[in-house]
Every structure is written in C-alpha cells, then in structure tokens.
Design a binder for this molecule. Structure first.
Ligand SMILES: [Zn+2]
Ligand SMILES: [Zn+2]
Length: 1022
C-alpha cells in the first residue's frame, strides 16, 4: 500500500467511525484545553504557510487530547472585506463605488456572498488531506447574523463607554481601493522609491523680493497649502542672495543657500509667527490661512526649518491647523485626483503630478530648488498603489485609552518564541494609535451607529431586538445585518429629527478579533459553552499576525471584558525556499502543499514541517526535506511494522495468548530506550518544543529498525513458538504500540494505521503513553550506546579500506579510555564480532604495539621561528628516534642539536604528530576509545568471505523468485571445483544463513548465472 492509498483509507476510516468526534466525546467531563482557530479567508488558495500553521494547530490539539484534555476545534471563516469586493468588481468588470452604486448595492452584496466561498472546497480538501482535525461542519462565519449581532453588542458596549468616536483623521489611504488602511496594513507595503522634494518660495505679503523658503517632500500637496510652520524656539535669518531675500533657519542657511549669501537679519522663530504670505499657487482662496504659525514638530534636521502645511494630507498639519482654527481644504478627490479648482491639473493623479507642479513653480519663479531623494514609501498591500495621507471623516475606537491594560494583559501571556512578548508584539503595543475602525465600503459588518440628521445625537443598538425597539417602523423578521438592508432602517430622534445609520462598514480585523465571543453568539446564547471556552489556552498563527489577529483579539477582549483572550501564543515563522527566499507565486518558488501531500504523503509533509527546524523561526523548506522525512521516518517505521506483522501472521501471534517475560538484554534495552524516549518527548511537548520531541523519536525509530529489529531477526525466523520468540514478539508489539502513540500527533495516518492493526482501535482515542520508570536501565542504555559507537567506528574503518561487510576479519582491538566503558563493552563482544564480522574483539590498555608515530615539522608555525635553521630542523624531526618521539610526546617540548651544532627548541605547535596503524592494523580514534582493525586477510578468511557472499546471492535470488520466507528449498550450484570445495567445507555456515534442505553441485536447466567474488556460478532453487 502506498502513502496515498493508506492516507485515503485512513481518512475514510476516520469518517466512517467518526473518530474525530469520538476523540472529543471521549473527554467529556475532563479538563478543557481551549483552542481558537484563526479564520482564513476562503477566497484565496491555501499555501505552504497554511500547511505549517494547520499542522501545528492539529499537532497541539491531538497531543492535548491524548494527554486527557477535551479540545473543541471550531473552524472559522473570515468572510468580509475589500479583497472580496475587489474580486467581485473584477468578475463584473466594474471599478469603484460609482460603478457599484450603479450596479446596485443589494446585487453587489449578493455577489460578494457567493464569492466568499469560491475556494471552500479546495480548503476543505487541503484540510482533510493534511489530516487537520477541525470542525468544518459547524464553523463560525463572520457574515452570519448571529456572528454580526455579537460584534454589534461589542461595538455598542464600546460606544456606551464613549470609546467609539467620529473624528477627522489623516489616515493612510489607498485612492485606488478608495479606503483607508490600518497601521498593520500599511506596514506590509513599504517600498523604496525615488521622489522629488521641493524648496518653494512663499512671497512675504507686500514685499517685492522677500520670500519664506518652505520645504516639502510632497510637492503635489502645494496647491492645497494653508499655512507655513516655524519652530518658535529656533533661530531664523533673513539672507540676501542676488536680488532676493530669503527667510530660512539659521542652522540650515548653508545647506539651503550654499556659499553666496549675506545674512541681513537674525530673528527668533517667535517673531515670524503671524507673517502673511502669498502661496505659490492661487487656486484656492482662504478666509483664515496663508500665514506663519508656530509648531513644535518643526526641526532643523532637514529642509529649511520652515514646513509647508496642508491639512488634508498630513497628521501634524491637520492638528496644527485645526488647533489654530484655520481653514480646512482638500483639493484632492477620493480617487486621489485633483478636483476642479486645480484647473490645469484637474483629474490628474496627484502622486504623478510632482513634475508638473515643479514646472509650474519654475514658470512662476517660485521654485527655489528641487531635489531627488530616495525613501521608503508605503504602498497598498493589495493593489500596489502608492498610499496618500488623506483626511477622512471616520470612526475610531479609542484603543489608546486601554493601552496600559492591554500592555498589562500581554504580560500574562506566554509567548513562543519568548522574545515576542516584549519585542515585536510589545513594541507594537507601545506605539499603538486609535483603531481606525470604519471603512467606506460595502461588504462588511455594518457599523451599528445611527446618527441624527438634525442634532447629531448617536444611538448604537446592542442587538437585533434593540434595533427593533429603536426603529421607527417594523424591521423585517428576516433582517440581514448587511448593507443595504440595515441602511433602510431609521430611528426617530428625541429632537424630532431622523436618525440614519452611518454609512461605514467596519475593519474585518474587528470581526476576527471578536471571535472568542461571536463564534458562540455570546452573550445571546451558549453561556456555559462560552464560559468554558474563554480564554484560549492557545492561539497559533504566523508571525505577521502580531499586527493582525494577535492584536485584534487582545484589543477587542480588553475593550469588551478587560481580560486577556489567550494564555499562550505560538507565533510561527515564514516558510522560505531552499535558498532562504520568501515563497511567492510571482517568484515561482512557492510549494503547493496539496501537491506535496500527493507526492510524499501528509505524514511526510507534517513530519518535515515539525521536525526539520523550530517552527518559531523562518524555515528553509524544499521537496527534499519532505522526501527525506518519508524515507527516513515514515518508511522506516512502516518497514518495522510490516516485518512484525508478516511474522506475527505466520506464527499467529497474539499478545493475549503468547505474551512472554523471557526477555533478552536486547528486549530490555529497547524497552528502556522506549521509556526514556517517552519521558523526553513528554517533557519536550509540555514545553511546546515539538522539534526536540521529533528528534528523540527519529533517533529511536532508527535504533529500533537498524539495531533492535536487525539484531533480533533470527529470533523471529526460528521455527515454532518458543519463549524467546514470544518475548521478541511481545517486546516489538509493545514498542510499536507506544511508538505509534508518540508519533500520532506528528504523523496521524501511519501511526493510526499501525496502532489500529495492533490494538483494534484508533490511536487518536488512546492516551498518550506514560513513562514506566522501572523499565529504564541507564547503565544498559549507556553500555549499548558504547557498543553502537564502537560498531559505527569499526564500520567506518571497513569503508576506509574498502573491505565488504561480508568479508570476515581476524580481530578488532578496542582501547577504551575508561574501565567503565570497557566493562560495558565486554558484555557485548559477541554482538560486536557479529556486527562487524570479526573473529575476535580484544581489549588493550594502550596502542603501543599497533601504532607508528610519525612526526613532521609544522612549517607555517615553526618556519618563521627557526629562520635559517628550518631546513636542518625538518630533517631532524623526520628522523627522530623512538626515544626522541617518546620524549617529545611526554614532555610536549624538545631541544635538539642540529647538524651545524646549533640548538633549537621545538614546542607542541611546531611538530605535527601523525599516528598510523602498523602491520595492517587500521586506526580509528573516537572520543571515548581507539579502535584498531586487523585488515590482514588469510586464505581461510577469504574463503569464508566467499561463502557469505554466496549466501547473499542465494537470498537475493530467493527474493526474486518471491518464495515464502519460511519455505525450505533445495539449492543447486554449478561452478568450478574450488568453489564447490569451499562451499562444502562451510556447509554448516550455509545452513545457519539459509533456510535450505540441501546444497547440491549439479548442472540444471535454466540456471541463474551469478558472480560471487569473481567466481561465475549457476544457481537453481527448487
Ligand atoms: Zn489599493
Ligand atoms: Zn436629533
């Protein structure tokens, strides 16, 4: 069965047996572990980042479930917002609000509703295939009436507390999307661009040739100039250059005017305040404007020390002009184009008008200087249009009023990685501004504030019921809480006027931030459920949600309840490609998670995502990582299980009938390791160190397969049922049972497949294994660790001299560093002998009899020190006597007499010491021991090597013939006399290695031709 078949059948099995539901019902009455699902939008396709998020969410939920908690997992969909509207506009081939109004708001909203779930099936399929267990049958959807009603209740509560206000606010604004952007949206779209800055001449009223030099980085705002600002504390000068006099900050006069000028007067900033000037453009006339004001934000770090102010496009500008009661003007329309009053440029996009503005200034003689400069400028993250700062009427939530409470709440949150709390997230909280909540759009939760046309009084209904109470006529029974339906409802004001709903919908982040309450229609129903499910024990999303969902959850909950909505945040890094580049569709380096699942299986993908590196950091990821996860872990555990099940089938083994305690040292060892791993994994996972847990498991899977099972094969091969075999089965059964439980949260498909075979029910309704301390034998584990290290060292020696494993060798000499290691190893010499195929393992105290020590002068170090002596010293060192070598090794220094009679002292660093095995002994130097492998081959050893290769050839042929493993056969061999002689002599070895009745030297028809160590032979198996 390949991975696709296995995972398909497990999915069907889970569905048929309602395994997910059972895993929750199972824990009824147990402690609750609360998990919140951050809602994705279903109008975009899932990508690799979603695979990581969903894998970890599923991991945590499965682990906590197996650990005894009840973990509800309600799915959610984020359904409102501009992306949906833009998608529909594209579909309908319309653009902007005018088109939408023409098309009809009701029809447009209907289209949005249809468009929301375009990719729902893809999401469901992806979620299902990944093995993410989440309740997609009863998800919360932000567009449903009950959800919106809960959001309304929250907003009305905030309104009651005077924390929801209407203000004029200069905000980042996309003229293409015709909407303002929140600060977290703005942060996503900075780009380096080259713009023009301008120093313009503002003629002082009634002075022919006196100008104030105002500086701006946004020349397009000059037609809307209302004031100039100076810093009252700074010093300014009047400087004469040519025929004209310029006003400029004293400290900037050189950088603005260059060398050729003459200061004619020095004056305080204070003295400039109130001076009237003529704006460079006269398109607008003002009742109150065009004079110099004082402002603290003016500095002398750049420009002229005098700032041009346009209240519509700068926050500071707006506030300063507002404070002075000067005129508010805005010459730019909502699409970012000049309005009619700017006749020469009417209809032109302002950000494209800098050059025209400069030309107009130059023509009028009001341009002093222009300069190109590079800076980072915000662009719309959706449509890439450069953003404008734009004064909009809007609705704000006074989040700054609860800033301290939010900071305090954040302190109680456990963040992964830990530095997020006071770092990225903490900083974001420190710098928060009021939440610009209103959007002048259509598809969203309508802001539930009604305003009186006459007196401006506001009313905010908490519920549909209250809406009916407030309404001046009947509200339809099936009222949908969307535009345009709610806009038709009006209230009667106490003043006798009519109240209409303000036109805005709200920021979608407020929708998703309200989910702890709105997902259960709190407070209108589900009281008990809500109380059990608030706050969350964990939320898990990408690090970009610092400014998104992590923030909106905390803000909404703090505003509404004062409480922290989550105890723990797992903030995940980005998935990068193998070169460390961010994955993106446009770069073509994005991995499609569904394709990866199809090629390697969800288990392999999940393992790769969880085990490869810490999820908190950005992750380099490629197909190779997934393919390795499959071959090293998934396939290995499957091989172990198929080995077990094959022999268990043959022997009809069951634990109930055949359990045995006749355990061998190997059995005790693997059980000890198993329990140590259970302990390690549990400790790691309780600290959310998923990667460390995976590493413990991966090592164990390798030990199980490449050591325990391999060393124990003979026990399963033996015929009949004996105690030893029963013990082997019993042990492997227990190990596979608990190992698959450990792996279940990582690789739910393969783990459940194996576990269900062994235990008859799903691993996902079982309890996470508990460590059996009594089974842990630390000494045994340490001894075996030594054995494994020796074997690994000896194998590497065999590789070095290129002698095949099947070729027996005479001796391995082990020189351990300490007695404890030696006593540990001595108990297992027969295993070591077998494993590395040597006739004898012997222990020696030192290496003296086996090593040649060669010494050479270390030129780069000794050369400069010895100078002219170097040539002679080189010869001397290379011809050291054994005594001299010994003396140097002991003392670490040696003074030698050179040929010319001079003396030289050589230190440790001057001489390179190389040790080499002698007499055919190959040297391996480990940390805890030295190995010497005798590579001399006697005739006898060569013959045995030949026989072992022969055995392998027969086994390979058996496999090709697909014979049942336990079937005894007759083997016919046709070869030369010498080969037949050797094979006869090693008859007993052949019977040990092969399940055969007899070996006969006869020629048969259609023999398989094979080559065994250069000898040709025909083989036939009957
Ligand atoms: Zn845009
Ligand atoms: Zn009124």
């Amino acid at each position: 069965m390949d991975h696709a078949q296995r995972e398909r059948s497990m999915r069907a099995h889970w569905k048929d047996n309602k395994t997910f539901q059972r895993s929750i019902e199972n824990r009824e009455g147990q402690q609750t572990y609360v998990f919140y699902e951050g809602p994705p939008t279903a109008n975009g396709m899932p990508h690799a980042g979603h695979a990581l998020g969903r894998t970890i969410k599923d991991f945590v939920a499965r682990y906590k479930t197996m650990s005894g908690y009840q973990v509800l997992r309600k799915a959610g969909w984020d359904t409102h917002g501009l992306p949906v509207e833009l998608e529909v506009e594209k579909q309908l081939n319309i653009r902007g609000k005018d088109d939408i109004e023409k098309f009809g708001v009701e029809k447009f909203i209907e289209k949005c509703k249809e468009s929301v779930f375009v990719y729902e099936n893809e999401w469901k399929e992806f979620t299902d295939k990944l093995g993410y267990w989440v309740d997609m049958e009863n998800p919360y959807k932000t567009l449903n009436n009950p959800y919106i009603e809960s959001v309304w209740n929250i907003l009305a509560t905030i309104h009651d507390e005077d924390l929801l206000y209407k203000g004029h606010r200069v905000v980042p604004y996309c003229p293409n999307c015709e909407t303002s952007l929140s600060s977290h949206e703005v942060a996503q779209g900075y780009k380096d661009v080259t713009d023009l800055s301008v120093t313009a001449k503002f003629r002082v009223s009634d002075k022919e040739n006196e100008f104030i030099l105002g500086w701006t980085t946004t020349p397009w705002t000059l037609p809307g100039n209302v004031a100039l600002a100076v810093n009252p504390e700074m010093t300014y000068v009047k400087a004469k250059q040519g025929e004209e006099i310029y006003v400029v900050a004293k400290s900037l006069v050189n950088s603005v005017l260059g060398e050729a000028y003459e200061v004619v007067e020095e004056l305080a900033g204070e003295d400039l305040i109130g001076i009237n000037y003529e704006a460079p453009f006269d398109f607008i006339s003002l009742d109150n404007g065009h004079y110099v004001i004082g402002a603290d934000f003016v500095t002398d770090t750049s420009g002229t020390g005098i700032v041009h102010l346009n209240p519509a496009h700068g926050e500071d500008d707006y506030n300063a002009i507002q404070a002075k009661g000067m005129d508010f003007v805005n010459v730019v329309d909502s699409k970012g184009r000049y309005k009619d009053e700017i006749a020469p440029l009417v209809g032109q996009f302002v950000k494209d008008s800098d050059v025209d503005i400069i030309k107009m200034l130059a023509k009028d003689g009001t341009l002093y200087e222009k300069q190109k400069y590079e800076h980072s400028y915000p662009h719309c993250w959706r449509c890439d249009t450069p953003l404008l700062y734009y004064a909009m009427e809007g609705w704000f939530i006074k989040t700054t009023a609860v800033k301290e409470k939010m900071q305090e709440n954040n302190q109680s949150v456990e963040w992964f990685p830990n530095h997020m709390r006071d770092g990225r997230f903490g900083n974001f909280l420190d710098n928060m501004v009021d939440w610009n909540i209103g959007r002048n759009r259509y598809w969203g939760t309508p802001l539930n504030v009604w305003v009186c046309d006459d007196c401006g009084k506001q009313k905010s209904p908490h519920s549909i019921q209250e809406l009916r109470t407030f309404a001046d006529s009947d509200v339809p029974e099936d009222i949908e809480l969307h535009k345009p339906y709610v806009d038709k409802i009006t209230f009667d004001c106490e003043c006798g006027g009519k109240m209409h709903r303000t036109k805005e919908v709200i920021d979608v982040w407020f929708d998703s931030g309200s989910m702890p309450f709105a997902q259960y229609h709190h407070p209108f129903e589900n009281d008990e459920l809500f109380n059990k499910q608030f706050p969350a024990d964990v939320v898990i999303e990408g690090v970009d949600q610092t400014r998104g969902w992590f923030y909106s959850l905390l803000a909404v909950s703090t505003l509404f309840t004062g409480k922290t909505p989550y105890k723990r945040v797992l903030s995940l890094g980005h998935i990068l490609d193998e070169h460390g580049q961010k994955m993106s569709k446009s770069k073509g380096n994005a991995l499609n998670p569904v394709e990866l699942i199809e090629e390697f299986g969800a288990d392999a993908l999940r393992w790769a995502l969880l085990a490869d590196s810490s999820p908190w950091n950005n992750k380099r990821f490629s197909k190779k990582t997934v393919s390795q996860a499959k071959s090293k872990v998934i396939d290995t555990i499957l091989n172990v299980f198929s080995f077990y099940s094959m022999y268990a089938d043959i022997d009809k083994f069951t634990v109930e009938e055949h359990a045995s305690d006749a355990k061998t040292t190997m059995d005790h060892w693997i059980l000890s390791r198993l329990n140590s791993v259970i302990k390690e994994v549990t400790t790691s996972l309780d600290q959310y160190d998923i990667t460390k847990g995976a590493r413990s498991i991966a090592l164990f899977v390798d030990e199980l397969s490449n050591w325990y099972v391999r060393r124990s094969r003979q026990r399963f091969w033996s015929s009949g049922m004996n105690d030893d075999k029963k013990a082997a089965f019993t042990t492997l059964h227990e190990v596979l049972t608990k190992l698959t439980q450990l792996m279940a949260p990582y690789t739910p498909f393969v783990a459940d497949d194996i576990y269900t075979n062994l235990q008859g029910d799903s691993v996902h309704v079982s309890d996470f294994p508990k460590v059996d301390e009594d089974a842990i034998d630390e000494k045994l584990e340490a001894d075996m660790q030594g054995v494994l290290e020796v074997i690994e060292g000896a194998r590497s020696l065999r590789n070095e001299v290129n002698i095949k494993t099947k070729q027996p060798l005479a001796e391995l000499v082990v020189v351990p560093n300490d007695a404890q290691l030696q006593s540990g190893l001595q108990a297992y010499t027969s295993i070591i002998e077998e494993e590395i195929n040597v006739k004898q393992v012997s222990f020696k105290k030192d290496t003296a009899d086996f090593l040649d020590t060669e010494m050479k002068l270390n030129f780069p170090v000794a050369g400069p020190k010895l100078g002219k002596q170097v040539g002679q010293a080189k010869g001397k060192v290379e011809n050291f006597t054994e005594q001299e070598k010994e003396a140097f090794l002991v003392d670490g220094t040696i003074t030698v007499e050179l040929q010319d009679g001079s003396k030289a002292t050589l230190e440790k660093e001057d001489i390179i010491v190389e040790k080499k095995g002698q007499k055919g002994y190959q040297l391996f130097e480990g940390n805890r021991f030295v190995l010497l492998l005798d590579t001399n081959l006697t005739e006898k050893l060569k013959e045995e090597g030949f026989v072992r290769e022969f055995i392998r050839a027969v086994q390979t042929y058996r496999k090709e013939l697909d014979l049942p493993v336990e079937q005894r056969v007759d083997v016919y061999v046709n070869s030369n006399e010498n080969a037949e002689r050797i094979l006869s002599e090693f008859d007993s070895l052949i019977h040990e290695g092969l399940i055969v009745n007899s070996i006969q030297f006869l020629e048969k028809e259609n023999m398989k031709q094979v080559t065994v160590n250069d000898t040709e032979m025909g083989l036939s198996i009957v």
